[in-house]
Design a protein around this ligand. Structure first.
Ligand code: SF4
Ligand code: SF4
Length: 600
């Protein structure tokens, strides 16, 4: 078997592994279950998250140590990761091959001629690492493994979900806010291969740039055995995926080890050996002065942009109260220093409540996870800790159920709080519309419930009734105008006009002008001509911030469509001090902070 065939088999294998791991990241009761699969293994092999999070936090999360073998092998063999392993590289290679199939040989060789634009990825790497040094890890925006994971998990898999029915949009299928952007980016990356083979790898990939810097001292590399002039066949360059000029002065950092040159050379001049190419080598793409300035400027831009992102009130006390992070998330600064925007947490959440942030987390937090209780299928499920188990960088730290619920050893600390629910009295049905509703109180999963109700009786906006006759609990009125409500639902009562302290008599049945009450009216109120009013029993919700854990069940189930009448905001969240400013709740660890006194 030739080396190119071996490379293809390896690429196919890792592509399948990648696809499979994306599938099993979907928590479910079907075939593709999370349990037991090393879902993050491929992401852990990627050295860029390890490097960026280490720069940002000064520590290395142990599972990311898988990146060390990848780095060591690259130091010895070159960019094997790009040629043999990277699933996005494989997809780029396949799509490039398909869209360029009809090209003639000279055109193909011409397309693989190296150019200074290949230095752009080094500039991007400098920008991203500079931002990471200042605590903001943005590498995941362009790092191929998080990028592909995000695209497949959030853009492609929902499309292939049989419950989605390819666009029929059944309720159970997953959906993600702005998924079309991920789809579009993915399509654009594949389509760009029509311009140049492996366009993304050549010009944009920061991981490729990182490997390119590592291979500088690799003892084994592609090269020519002799410096003889080759003539003009350029067969090696027809399929050179790296655009690294194997026929002449080889650009070592750009070689992605596709090994096509080695297999194509009709004279066998090119080999993979423990020596430099006899025809000469150039360590990096020919930047020229302009390219070097670009790299420098990008690094500086990264250093400037990172603090700029935090200006404008997105951090600290002025941050967006709508930014609810998944349970177990680190405080915002440490979260942004770890999250690589891979989307694994979004994919695994069975409630589909974790959504990619677009504006809510500011520029620094684009595509990081945020909980959207309107889009999800439920609030954060009480007995679920999946997101923290799957996060490859521990931006969401793995919790136990006991810790999440504040039980056992964690009883003294209390449950993990995502925020606090607030009733919007201008939209709440019992508060604003005089309509009975008890949904939020009923669905609150906390025990004892964090939502209590206070019963009030409000006169219905309807004409007063006049007693025509009374027999026990049967009251006949002179006329009953249609009120558009089911008076026999148990929520409505009769009360004599001018007697607000008298207990209203609940209506059990309504037929024409005859009403059946739960209890008879007082003797004095049965005289014909006595005026009665219809009242509605309302149970107005109140949230106890000391009990509310911000799970969002109430917000999700609230029947007020659009902007819900009860909404969770990040106040009193467990993960950070500045958010804990409202409730007189049990301390959750972390620095104490001033608390506002709630009005009695
Ligand atoms: S813990 Fe909550 S947010 Fe995390 S995966 Fe489970 S339901 Fe989703
Ligand atoms: S928080 Fe979510 S998107 Fe960020 S690294 Fe963890 S799993 Fe990936």
């Amino acid at each position: 078997m030739g080396i190119v065939a071996a490379r293809r088999i390896s690429q196919g294998f890792f592509l399948l592994v990648f696809g499979w791991l994306c599938l099993v990241a979907t928590l479910g009761d079907g075939l593709f279950e999370l349990r037991g699969w090393p879902v993050n293994w491929l992401l852990s092999l990627d050295p860029l998250p390890a490097l960026a999070t280490a720069l940002a936090t000064g520590s290395l999360y142990a599972p990311l140590l898988w990146a060390v073998p990848a780095v060591v092998l690259t130091l010895f063999l070159g960019r094997f990761f790009c040629g043999f392993l990277c699933p996005l590289g494989t997809l780029n290679q396949i799509s490039g091959f398909l869209v360029r199939k009809g090209l003639g040989r000279p055109a193909r060789a011409e397309d693989n001629r190296p150019g200074p634009a290949q230095g752009l990825k080094y500039a991007l790497l400098a920008l991203l690492l500079a931002a990471a040094v200042l605590g903001n890890v943005q590498t995941g925006l362009l790092d191929p493994l998080p990028l592909l994971t995000r695209s497949v998990d959030l853009g492609l898999l929902p499309l292939l979900d049989p419950r989605q029915g390819l666009g029929l949009g059944q309720a159970e299928a997953r959906h993600y806010d702005g998924a079309w952007v991920f789809g579009l980016v993915f399509i654009a990356i594949l389509a760009a291969n029509a311009l140049r083979p492996r366009f993304f790898c050549r010009y944009l990939c920061p991981l490729g740039a990182f490997f390119g810097l590592l291979v500088r001292f690799a003892p084994w590399r592609i090269g020519k055995a002799t410096s003889d002039d080759c003539g003009a066949c350029r067969r090696c360059e027809e399929y050179c995926e790296g655009g690294c000029r194997p026929s002449g002065k080889l650009i070592a950092s750009e070689c992605v080890l596709c090994l096509n040159c080695l297999a194509r050379c009709p004279t066998g001049r090119i080999g993979f050996a423990g020596r430099a190419s006899a025809a000469g080598e150039q360590p990096l793409p020919d930047f020229s002065r302009r390219g070097a300035v670009l790299v420098l400027a990008s690094g500086t831009a990264g250093l400037v942009a990172a603090p700029l992102w935090s200006v404008g009130g997105v951090a600290g006390a002025g941050r967006n109260p709508g930014l609810i992070r998944p349970p177990g998330s680190l405080d915002e600064a440490r979260f942004l220093a770890r999250c690589i925007r891979c989307g694994q947490c979004m994919r695994v959440c069975p409630a589909n409540v974790i959504q990619p942030a677009f504006t809510v987390a500011g520029a620094a937090g684009i595509w990081t996870p945020t909980l959207d209780f309107r889009l999800g299928r439920a609030g954060c499920l009480q007995n679920c800790i999946a997101c923290g188990q799957l996060c490859p960088t521990a931006a969401i730290r793995p919790l136990t159920l006991e810790e999440k619920l504040g039980q056992g050893d964690f009883a003294a600390v209390g449950p993990i709080r995502l925020g606090t629910a607030f009733v919007d009295r201008t939209r709440c049905l019992p508060w604003a519309m005089g309509r009975p509703c008890l949904v939020c109180q009923e669905v609150c999963p906390v025990s004892p419930k964090a939502i209590s109700v206070r019963e009030v009786f409000e006169p219905l906006r309807a004409p007063r009734l006049t007693v025509a006759g009374v027999r026990g609990t049967e009251v006949t009125v002179a006329a009953l105008a249609p009120v558009g409500r089911n008076l026999a639902s148990g929520d409505f009562s009769l009360r004599p006009v001018g007697a607000p302290t008298q207990p209203p008599r609940r209506i059990l049945g309504a037929s024409g002008v005859q009403l059946t009450l739960a209890a008879p009216l007082a003797e004095a109120d049965t005289v014909p001509g006595r005026e009665l009013e219809l009242v509605v029993r309302l149970e107005q919700p109140h949230v106890d911030p000391a009990r509310c854990i911000g799970c969002g069940m109430c917000e999700h189930e609230c029947p007020v469509s659009g902007l819900r009448a009860i909404r969770v905001s990040s106040e009193n969240e467990s993960r950070s001090g500045p958010g804990r400013m409202v409730a007189d709740a049990a301390p959750q660890g972390g620095a104490p902070c001033l608390r506002k006194q709630l009005p009695a």
